[in-house]
Structure formats: C-alpha cells, structure tokens
Design a binder for this molecule. Structure first.
Ligand code: RP5
Length: 173
C-alpha cells in the first residue's frame, strides 16, 4: 500500500455548521492533490484543544493553516498567536450580521500577529485554498505548474464567455 502523504494544510473550523462553506477550500486542495486534514475546534468552546492544535501544528509538518469561523470569529487570531505558520482566515456568514462580524473579527488583528483574511463565505474559502496552494508552490515545481494551468484556464474561461456573448449579440439572432 502506498505510504500516506504527510498533511501539509490543515483546514480548521469553529463548528460543524461551517463545513459546507469550508468544503470550498477542501475541494481546491483535493484538486491540486495537496495532503490536507479537516480539524474542528473552537476558541471559546474548546480553548485547550485549540491551543494544543496550534502549538503542535508545525511539529506535525503542517505548512499552512486555513481557519474558518463565524460570529465573534477569533479562532484564526488565537491560532496565529500560538504558531509561526502562515494562517489564512475565512470569515463565515453565521449570524444576522451577514458575516460582517466575522470579517472584522478575523481581519482587524493588531500589529504583530498576521491573519491573511479572505472575503466572506464560499468565495473566501475557495481563495483560502488557492492561497495555500500558492504558498506551497513556492517550494514545489509540480504544484507551481498545476497552478499555472489553473490560472490559464481561468483566462480561457473568460475568452469562451466573450465568444458566447458575441454569438448572442450577432444581428441575425
Ligand atoms: C463560530 O460560531 C463557528 O465558527 C460558527 O460559524 C458559529 C456558530 O456555531 P454553531 O452555533 O453553529 O456551532 O464559533
């Protein structure tokens, strides 16, 4: 049996209710064949579990941590405070404030402890996965090539959509 590859990216979330959003990050990591894990913890409901995770992440060989949380979303900052690894935060729309609460809680870190904060919700989770891939690609030529293909496909998709618009606007239509 092939040896299981070491986890490079941990996708952390504050609640199982965040999973559907954070799957966007997981799906990107799967698409790029990046070994990853999904880890549930909470800064306020399980502070000791959060500390244990953050303090051991580097020793476990993890290189990037993605953290999704909603409401008073301090999970990314609390983890970033306890590890030197890059932490990417994803604010989740979990309350009547539409994610603005989580956005500001994740984003507004005082100087000294950075959290690279993405946009709210699924687009943010997808971009968190892609940012993790970009970070890992700095040291991994195969991943860098796969990223180039992904980026080229995005541009090709725009060209295709332009052609569709042109077709729809042709005078004979
Ligand atoms: C945060 O509170 C979680 O990240 C989640 O987005 C939000 C609500 O959690 P649940 O009450 O659904 O568990 O800690």
């Amino acid at each position: 049996m092939a040896k299981k590859k070491d986890v490079l990216v941990s996708v952390v979330m504050g609640s199982d209710s965040d999973l559907s959003v954070m799957m966007e990050a997981v799906n990107i990591l799967k698409a790029f064949n990046v070994p990853h894990e999904v880890y549930l913890t909470s800064a306020h409901r399980a502070p000791e579990r959060t500390t244990t995770f953050a303090k051991n992440a580097q020793k476990r060989g993890i290189e990037v941590i993605i953290v999704g949380a909603g409401a008073a979303a301090h999970l990314a900052g609390v983890i970033a405070a306890q590890t030197p690894l890059p932490v990417i935060g994803v604010p989740i729309d979990a309350t009547s404030l539409g994610g603005l609460d989580a956005l500001l809680s994740t984003l507004q870190m005082p100087g000294g402890i950075p959290v690279a904060t993405m946009t709210i919700g699924k687009a943010g989770a997808k971009n968190a996965g892609l940012l993790a891939v970009r970070i890992l690609a700095l040291q991994d030529k195969n991943l860098a090539k796969a990223l180039d293909v992904y980026i080229a496909n995005l541009a090709a998709g725009v060209e295709k959509k332009q052609e569709k618009i042109n077709d729809a606007l042709r005078p004979e239509n």
